[in-house]
Design a protein around this ligand. Sequence first.
Ligand code: GRG
Length: 295
Amino acid sequence: MREPLDAYLASRCRRVDLALDRFLPKAFVRPRTLHKAMRYSLFAGGKRLRPVLCLAAAEACGGREADAMPLACAVECIHTYSLIHDDLPCMDDDDFRRGRPTSHKVFGEGIAVLAGDALLTIAFELVARAKPTKRWPSAAYLRELATASGSLFLVGGQVADLEGEGRPTSPAQLRWIHERKTSALLAAAICLGAMSANATPDTLRDLGRFGTNLGLAFQVIDDILDATKTSAELGKTAGKDAKAGKATYPSILGMKRAEAEARRFTAGAVGALRLLGRRAARLHALADHLLNRQK
Ligand code: GRG
């Protein structure tokens, strides 16, 4: 592992941005408002965590970045759609995301819904462009992403989150929500990267476990940051969980135990990389980086 992590993150984010710019219809293409809105949210300065993990997993499995890139971009499109819809007045009703006003604040609710819909749809077009491998046909890529984004995972987790507001929630229920709302897409990003490198089913199983644990750690940290940082520091509205009466790890377990849970999930993630050995050094470094993130 030659490149320092900061340089690695900066260069991969730049390449993901360039690829997204290439894959998405330009803002001047009709319907202009829609394409402007899709690009507004997509290029608002997200951390690009999921695409970077996808590229890093491909690299760990001996694959080529170019083969993983359409899959990395597809996951980022799904993630951005979910944020646009999550911010709508009928969901979390948020005015601020990725350091700027939310999509519906700028374009109105109708266009924000449609920008989310179009990002969700283009994600599958991008997956269909990715090169199949000996072990993994296009249908396997499509199934991986569709399952993670659908009613059993991302959308299902959001439903449980909506229905749980203001209700007592146990740590086990919270974990169930986080595995769906946060871990599933993260794990899919990692598995898709590995699939583009023709990884074996055993490796996919380990990387799936890595992704699930990493997602859980990521969400605990997200909840801790929500409770301890300012909106300006986070680039999104801070303190929302408490206001909405949402159960979080800090609210259920207290801050100290929540921090311990984040470390425990990260250790679980890193443990899943054991059989990959040195090849997984970058994934290991990314897990440590996420545990210590400040936004
Ligand atoms: C509306 C179908 C639908 C799903 C919404 C993503 C989501 C589910 C809700 C957003 C709120 C939330 C706490 C989601 C959990 C995942 C998470 C922490 C998202 C934020 O991800 P980051 O920090 O965001 O990677 P950036 O902006 O950096 O890409």
